[in-house]
Design a binder for this molecule. Structure first.
Ligand code: PMP
Ligand code: GLN
Length: 396
């Protein structure tokens, strides 16, 4: 949560007090105002593949500009089903088991609204991507956090087990994980799955960074594990995979029953979105394998570039295995560990924007000394950012 503690927003319902303005909006506005390099909000400064861009232009030019069907255009639903089969051997019926959404964000919100009764508990990994807490709150549900701790940011399975109660309705899992860059291993996921089956839980998995893993780390969907296909809602989005974060084309795959339930909520949130962008993302999902491997390889090199710069600058660096993000401990450079203060001052001091990880924690103190940088930027931009950050050690 980006708000200062105690700041009450007039008119706003109690359940949304404390959510304020998202940190991404605040920090991107700061980057625009100061002309700083924006390594805060996670979006690339380069375009998606030409096949995808051309398909969107073609769709606009050929009149695909009205409401698409409620569940999404058939071409995209079919492409999502083909993608799940091609990469993971997961089989979904495009007509009954796939739903297109306004980004992964809407899929998560619709899942919480459709599946939770007020007072139900949702178990989430902490640090927690910011929209989860708001979606859980809008559903009147209650988050229960399972902390990933640096330096390894691994999942503590005993803590996960302890977080599940008789009130638990959902496990909301995110791997590859924002902001830590953790990619849950097959062994960790198998234990999550076993717990979900044992406690008869529904599982929502946010896999928007599914193609952004490094150093041989493998993304494995939770739906693949025994007993999981029928209890898992798998969410992803085209934003990260095709460098089109502004298009907001997401989707979810699940059983016909769960998809129908979630569609009920989704249809009254946006009904539909992004008509001409849906066939364009379908074209992207059908790109050959080397597109996907090239995307990850490029980002791995960008990660290396930025991590080297952050180490050089003197931060404690937690090297990620996936996503767009690297988290650092600022205390070697700022002994009071005030990450929010550090991020608010950084643009003026050296012309770089980052995000304070405290906004991803229910108790901001837990992430106070941690700051997230995005490496979804061109190598020359990352080199310039590293050169600027290097000045911090010299007292800038
Ligand atoms: N989940 C995670 C973990 C994210 O980092 C983001 C940000 N892209 C989203 C969901 C939202 O995805 P979308 O832009 O497709 O709504
Ligand atoms: N997912 C992006 C991030 O973590 C931001 C998306 C947003 O601005 N809501 O930076």
């Amino acid at each position: 949560m980006a708000d200062e503690p105690g700041a009450r927003v007039p008119y706003l319902a109690d359940r949304l007090q404390g959510f304020g303005t998202t940190i991404f909006a605040e920090m991107s506005a700061l980057a625009v105002r100061t002309g700083a390099i924006n390594l805060g909000q996670g979006f690339p400064d380069y375009d998606g593949p030409p096949e995808v861009l051309d398909a969107a232009v073609a769709a606009i030019r050929t009149g695909q500009n009205q409401y698409p069907p409620g569940r999404g255009v058939p071409t995209l639903r079919e492409a999502v089903a083909r993608h799940q089969r091609r990469f993971y051997h997961l089989v979904y019926d495009p007509d009954t088991e796939v739903l297109v959404t306004a980004g992964a964000t809407e899929a998560i919100a619709a899942a919480c609204l459709a599946l939770c009764e007020p007072g139900d508990e949702v178990v989430v990994l902490e640090p927690t991507y910011d929209s989860y807490q708001a979606s859980i709150a809008m559903a009147g549900a209650v988050p229960r956090f399972v902390r990933l701790e640096p330096p390894g940011y691994r999942l503590d399975l005993d803590a996960l087990r302890a977080a599940v109660s008789d009130r638990t309705r959902l496990l909301l899992v995110n791997s590859p994980h924002n902001p830590t860059g953790t990619v849950l291993t097959r062994e960790e996921l198998a234990q999550v799955a076993a717990l979900a089956v044992e406690r008869d839980l529904l599982v929502v998995t946010d896999e928007v960074y599914e193609h952004l893993t490094f150093d041989g780390a493998e993304h494995v969907p939770l739906a693949l594990f025994p007993g999981m296909r029928e209890r898992t809602v798998t969410i992803s989005s085209g934003g990260k995979t095709f460098n089109t974060t502004g298009w907001k084309i997401g989707w979810l795959c699940s059983t016909p029953g769960l998809v129908t339930a979630i569609t009920t909520a989704k249809q009254f949130l946006t009904y539909v979105n992004g008509g001409p962008f849906q066939p364009a993302i379908a074209a992207g999902l059908d790109l050959p394998d080397d597109y996907f491997t090239g995307l990850a390889a490029g980002l791995a090199a960008q990660r290396d570039e930025l991590c080297a710069g952050l180490v050089e600058a003197g931060f404690g660096v937690f090297r990620p295995q996936g996503t767009y993000f690297v988290t650092v401990d600022i205390r070697p450079l700022r002994p009071d560990g005030d990450g929010m203060g550090f991020c608010r001052e950084l643009p003026e001091r050296v012309g770089v924007v980052a995000v304070p990880n405290q906004v991803f924690y229910a108790d901001p103190d837990a992430g106070r000394h941690l700051v997230r940088f995005s490496f979804a930027k061109r190598p020359e931009v990352l080199r310039e950012a590293a050169a600027r950050l290097a000045k911090l050690g010299a007292g800038a």
